[in-house]
Design a protein around this ligand. Structure first.
Ligand SMILES: Cc1ncc(COP(=O)(O)O)c(C=O)c1O
Length: 382
């Protein structure tokens, strides 16, 4: 019995939904994409959603839509998947990192503020905060800072569909709802809350950005008669921008719709597991946890211990495949070659030295949870 750190859950309803679309007229560019986008937008509470081939494509389309180029400087966190930073590089832009707040492992707004103020006004064009592990960053605070300096915000909400924070007006703000961020992105990779194999979504309340994303997702080509410069007949289309093929297929969208129906159930199972882990570990002085937070979407449950490698290997010996999220992006050889070095972001590096993601997925049984807890405590209390 192997226990991974994350796993998809596929039901008979999911299989039926996919089979139905596979037997329909449209494998791609059909009506199911629109249905998935509408259902997802409704779930998140946002005006527009654009389905794309994966979360990385979503990030790339966002940087394209925001006109990132060689002279664009953008701030993000070192504790994220590389794609959160890479999307700036795809457009030739420059990545700047700001360190994390060790109490949440997300971008420290004070560090971002200091970084912005260390450069001339107008130097930075945007920031990409990440709802790391499912913790909803306070986008209201980031918006305030961004407005002071004329920056845009892409919220990387890959880990956080269903996550929220409570803003200064006491309203719940769902991750990706477009209230404070210009654009938000999600991934439907199998370890995520909603799995379509590969897949992603961009959400926004901005109609102009929405229209641009639709164009860029499909080669920059439009057939919309209202947008054409000329019209030669029914076959006529125009490529108006340099776009990509970043489309999701209709059968993936069918899987997404079916999975979305169970999203709340999955989220509440994740929150239960987080509380079980917290009860087991909170009084142990050798295990550091992030305190339970109701708005957290719990894509990951992370603990910090002194002998992380020892614990990782011990769990592996017992068929528990914990994981590390993340190796700080600025320490990757590619980013080192751009001038970053170990020592640049001490909070991120300290966090990385000790973090371990324990198994966290809705179908992790009570017995499996207990087995994981027993093995962690067995090693820690040795
Ligand atoms: C924070 C974050 N951003 C972006 C991505 C990229 O998503 P995808 O794997 O769907 O391209 C991921 C996925 O692993 C992620 O965890």
């Amino acid at each position: 019995m192997k226990i991974p750190y994350g796993k998809q859950h596929i039901t008979h309803d999911d299989l039926d939904a996919v089979a139905q679309v596979l037997q329909s007229d449209f494998l791609t560019q059909g009506p199911t994409i629109d249905l998935f986008e509408k259902a997802f937008a409704q779930y998140i509470g946002v005006k527009y959603a654009v389905a794309v081939s994966n979360g990385t494509a979503a990030l790339h389309l966002c940087t394209l839509a925001l006109n990132v180029n060689e002279s664009t400087n953008v701030i993000t966190t070192p504790i994220t998947f590389a794609a959160s930073a890479n999307c700036v590089r795809y457009c030739g832009g420059n990545v700047f990192f700001a360190d994390i707040d060790p109490t949440t492992a997300t971008l420290d707004i004070h560090k971002v503020d200091a970084l912005i103020k260390s450069k001339p006004r107008g130097f930075f064009k945007g920031m990409i905060p990440v709802d790391f592990a499912g913790y909803a960053v306070d986008t209201e605070a980031f918006r305030k800072l961004a407005n002071e300096h004329g920056l845009w915000i892409i919220e990387d909400a890959c880990h956080a569909p269903g996550g929220y924070f409570v803003d200064s007006k006491n309203n719940k703000v769902n991750c990706g709802n477009g209230q404070y961020a210009d654009l938000s992105i999600f991934s439907f990779h199998p370890v995520k809350h909603i799995a379509t194999g590969e897949g992603g979504m961009i959400t926004t309340n901005d109609e102009a950005l929405f229209q641009k994303l639709l164009l860029l997702r499909t080669h920059g080509i439009t057939k919309n008669p209202n947008l054409l410069h000329e019209n030669h007949g029914g076959w006529y289309y125009e490529m108006q921008e340099l776009g990509y093929n970043y489309r999701l297929t209709d059968f993936q969208a069918a899987l997404g719709i079916s999975q979305l129906k169970r999203a709340d159930e999955g989220l509440s199972a994740r929150r239960d597991i987080a509380q079980t882990y917290e009860r087991a570990f909170k009084s142990n002085s050798k295990i550091e946890i992030f305190p339970y937070n109701e708005g957290h979407a719990y894509h990951l449950y992370i603990i910090q211990v002194s002998d992380r490698l020892g614990l990782y290997n011990y769990l592996k010996e017992h068929n528990i495949f914990a994981q590390v999220h993340y190796i700080p992006v600025h320490t990757m050889p590619y980013y080192k070659q751009l001038g970053f070095k170990v020592g640049d972001f001490p909070n991120s590096e300290m966090y990385y030295a000790h973090c371990l993601s324990l198994p966290m997925y809705p179908t992790l049984s009570i017995d499996e949870q207990q087995f994981v807890i027993d093995k962690v405590l067995e090693f820690i209390n040795k």
